[in-house]
Design a protein around this ligand. Structure first.
Ligand code: ZN
Length: 456
């Protein structure tokens, strides 16, 4: 049996791991490398294996850095079955179609500048790849992959439908369990159940994003968020929140609802979710309430809406989104992208950033080089849609929200997998995974390099 790593090996994006055994090739995730123009070349480059030779793709969750190269895999000859949970399948559909649209726009822009460039894949190719989604996995119920192999999906508590996957493989009369963590959520989450690590692992492939640090507690972070909204509201202008569409947007709606109920947030605010993808994702939360915490599922089953607010508006149409530009005060506007690299948030920043009574609340990670990072770092003005806009609005940064487990939760998760012979740390920058490795003792820990191959 051989395992090889074709993404998220030395970085946090592009997850793609290949297990070869009994003449079969099982791929776990096929994600996009994210972060800039040079990574476009990396995505367009060879996978490091023959796409046509892959029999099965197991998908841990629907984030782009785990599913984003699926249409490319299909384009290059993959004809096997994609297996994931039902919420992951539905979210991946949203994510892949959105990704194709963005890739097409990007290619159009490049052509406009005289650079001939085809998109990595287009909408038709993304739609084609959806045909490869086959059986749906339920948490805790093994899925037979044939040839002495079965996969069991376990709740990873990271985003709706996210999974860790235990592969039980029998080779030459010996059965072993290989566990892929996927992305692991923190134990404290408002909507999702805590992660359930698969036990009895012989080999573990594990994420290490926050292997070097713990987060602030959730209660402190929510209190900080409520206080930021209160202060922003008192200032009189609008509140703009750049947000990721999956999970974070739904969590923020839930926190605002909680805050209104407890009096920590003024009830009179108009709240706008200005993101078609976040709106669709919110509908999927309602459809898949079996994947949510029991108390949230009970609310939904009882006809109550955990995301409902008295003055909440979902603005799907571009014309409704543009109408928000005329509102001068009292509105909370949530829009993507979370790092302000594109999307409707740029229009809202253009109309609000220059006003002293407005506030911008950043609630997520902002990578170097992104517009969000530039504003957080204190730029006096930023270029937005062709105009130089002075930064006069009040800037809040809230760091405690995370869809990833902090160091202590990662160590606890690993302990519950048993006593693996070897643990491969992936999905982490060098600093994070090097810091996590000694904390997993006595396990033998490997830090695989991109495209490295390891005999098991
Ligand atoms: Zn993820």
């Amino acid at each position: 049996m051989r395992i090889s790593f074709h993404g998220a090996a030395g970085g946090v994006t592009g997850s793609c791991h290949l297990l070869a055994l009994n003449g079969r090739n099982i791929l776990v995730d096929c994600g996009m490398f994210q972060g800039g123009r040079e990574l476009h070349e990396e995505n367009a480059g060879p996978f490091g294996f023959d796409a046509a030779a892959i029999d099965v793709l197991l998908l841990t969750h629907a984030h782009l850095d785990h599913c984003g190269r699926i249409p490319l895999l299909v384009k290059r000859g993959f004809t096997g079955e994609i297996i994931c949970t039902a919420p992951t399948r539905d979210l991946a559909r949203l994510v892949l179609l959105d990704s194709a649209r963005l890739l097409e726009e990007d290619a159009r822009r490049r052509r406009h500048h005289g650079e001939p460039d085809a998109p990595l894949y287009d909408t038709v190719e993304a739609l084609d790849s959806l045909d490869r989604f086959g059986r749906v996995a339920e948490y805790g119920r093994p899925v037979d992959l044939g040839h002495g192999t079965a996969a069991t999906f376990h709740d990873a508590g990271h985003i709706l439908g996210s999974s860790s996957i235990a592969l039980d493989v029998t080779e030459k009369g010996r059965t072993r369990r290989i566990v892929f963590s996927g992305d692991i959520g923190p134990r404290e989450r408002p909507l999702l159940n805590p992660p359930e690590p698969p036990a009895g692992a012989d080999v573990v492939v594990m994420e290490s994003t926050y292997g070097d640090r713990d987060h602030r507690t959730l209660a402190d972070t929510v209190a900080e968020f409520h206080a930021a909204i209160r202060r922003a509201h008192a200032r009189g202008g609008n509140v703009v929140i750049p947000t990721f569409a999956l999970e974070r947007a739904q969590e923020l709606l839930y926190y605002i609802r909680q805050g209104t109920a407890s009096g920590m947030v003024p009830p009179s605010m108009q709240v706008f979710l200005d993101s078609p993808m976040a709106i669709s994702a919110t509908q999927l939360f309602r459809r898949h309430h079996e994947a949510l915490k029991p108390e949230i599922a009970t609310l939904l089953a009882g006809g109550q809406d955990p995301f409902g607010l008295p003055d909440l508006h979902f603005t799907r149409d571009a014309s409704d989104s543009m109408a928000l530009n005329r509102i001068r005060s009292g509105a909370v506007i949530m829009a993507g992208s979370g790092m302000c690299t594109g999307g409707r948030i740029r229009h809202h920043l253009r109309h609000n950033l220059g006003h002293r009574d407005c506030s911008i609340i950043f609630v997520g990670f902002a990578a170097e080089g992104t517009l969000a990072r530039t504003i957080i770092d204190g730029a006096a003005s930023v270029k937005l849609l062709g105009d130089e806009i002075p930064v006069r609005a009040h800037i809040h940064t809230i760091n405690g929200f995370s869809a990833h487990a902090g160091r202590s939760d990662l160590v606890g998760w690993h302990q519950r997998t048993g006593r693996p012979e070897v643990t491969f740390l992936v999905h982490g920058e060098a600093k994070a995974r090097e810091a996590l490795a000694p904390a997993l003792a006595p396990a033998r820990v490997e830090l695989p390099a991109l495209h490295s191959v390891h005999e098991l």
